[in-house]
Design a protein around this ligand. Sequence first.
Ligand code: SF4
Length: 85
Amino acid sequence: MNGKINNKGMLQIKRAGKMKAQGCPFTEEEYCGDQCPLFGEPTVSKWMGSINTDAPEREKDERYWDLSLCKKTLLFDVFKDERRK
Ligand code: SF4
């Protein structure tokens, strides 16, 4: 899966070739994003990618990230966090 957290903290996932904002099924007005206390912080996947997942250079790597949400953890093989400087 290819996705990102945009610079406003909104989760977007690439679907049918386009990045689409993901809504929250539990509120009608809000998008899924980092305004929610149940929205985790992305972490380097422990299951794929580098053997040394804690290596500082992995923080800049766009491969193999996990993002925990309220009901499940999404696994990304391409991921960007645009909130980062
Ligand atoms: S983590 Fe769950 S409750 Fe929070 S905004 Fe996303 S979908 Fe909604």
